[in-house]
Design a protein around this ligand. Structure first.
Ligand SMILES: Nc1ncnc2c1ncn2[C@@H]1O[C@H](COP(=O)(O)OP(=O)(O)OP(=O)(O)O)[C@@H](O)[C@H]1O
Length: 278
């Protein structure tokens, strides 16, 4: 990721946006490792469910250090902690460069939309989002799937002292077609399971879980949808769903595309087709 390499060389706050398990936390660590702070501490703070005040306790000993702090799921930060973080950032402005904490935040939710709804402080959003980086979901990186699968299998095989299995072409095709709601974490878990259950084997489609074998996106994306007896106007329905996805995603096309299980390019094509202003 080029942009990530570029921000690593600086001290700016970075906001990583992406689905669960897409690799935000790993990317935050990579940015730290590629930065001039690589020899300093990297600390991860999980905002989800964190008791109020925990963030203050976490950064108390770090304020005078040249560390990197990664805030995962920053949208879940309690209101008072949002104010505390803002204060911390203000204090950092006047601190010596050698004592500055670098903040990287991660979010699964559309932080901009939460700001519009008044559920996240705009001033804090602006401080955190100096450089926003989108981490693509795995289904938009299908070309990477064979290499990632091999990587996860080799890793799990060495962890468990077993032989890594290999993939038959049919199995690989299914992995590329599946929509991976759990992203890299889901692929990593599947690879580990295959290593343990079928060490050294040739994996065929029959060895993959049912949801992957089905490669069936519609079952997940249209639960319970039934065609009414009088039929529907598919074209209008598609246009309406696209409008709703854009609105839910606060106008962000990559996110809207993800809500519809499409690539961004396909969404752009369909926006043109339906003459929907993007
Ligand atoms: N580039 C990569 N190559 C190989 N494995 C990766 C890569 N990025 C992430 N992973 C692995 O994928 C899994 C999920 O990554 P990570 O925890 O960074 O995702 P996340 O987006 O922060 O998840 P969450 O939103 O649930 O916190 C981890 O096991 C991680 O080691």
């Amino acid at each position: 990721m080029n942009a990530a390499r570029m921000v690593a060389a600086t001290d700016v706050s970075v906001l990583l946006l992406g689905e669960p398990g897409s690799g935000k936390s790993s990317l935050a660590r990579d940015i730290h490792t590629a930065s001039p702070r690589r020899k300093d501490r990297f600390l991860e703070f999980a905002c989800t469910g964190a008791p109020e005040g925990d963030l203050a306790a976490c950064v108390a000993g770090m304020e005078a250090q040249r560390a990197t702090l990664y805030l995962s799921e920053v949208s879940e930060l309690a209101t008072n902690d949002q104010a505390r973080l803002l204060n911390l950032l203000a204090r950092q402005d006047s601190a010596a460069r050698s004592a500055q904490l670098r903040i990287i935040a991660g979010s699964t939710r559309d932080l901009n939309a939460l700001v519009q709804e008044g559920r996240f402080r705009r001033d804090l959003y602006q401080r955190l989002c100096v450089v926003p980086l989108e981490v693509a979901p795995l289904r938009e990186r299908v070309l990477d799937i064979p290499l990632l699968t091999e990587h996860f299998m080799v890793l799990a095989a060495s962890r468990h002292g077993l032989d890594a299995p290999s993939l038959k072409a049919g199995a690989e095709r299914l992995l590329r077609r599946y929509h991976w709601p759990g992203n890299l974490r889901e692929l990593g878990n599947l690879c580990e399971r295959l290593v343990i259950l079928l060490p050294g084997a040739e994996i065929g489609p029959e060895n993959l879980p049912r949801e992957v074998r089905r490669g069936d996106v519609s079952a997940e994306t249209a639960p319970g949808f039934e065609l009414p007896p009088q039929g529907i106007d598919l074209n209008s329905l598609e246009a309406e769903l696209i409008r709703q996805a854009l609105s839910l995603a606060g106008g962000n096309k990559s996110r809207a595309a993800r809500l519809l299980g499409l690539t961004r390019d396909t969404l752009l094509y369909r926006l043109q087709k339906h003459l929907i202003p993007g």
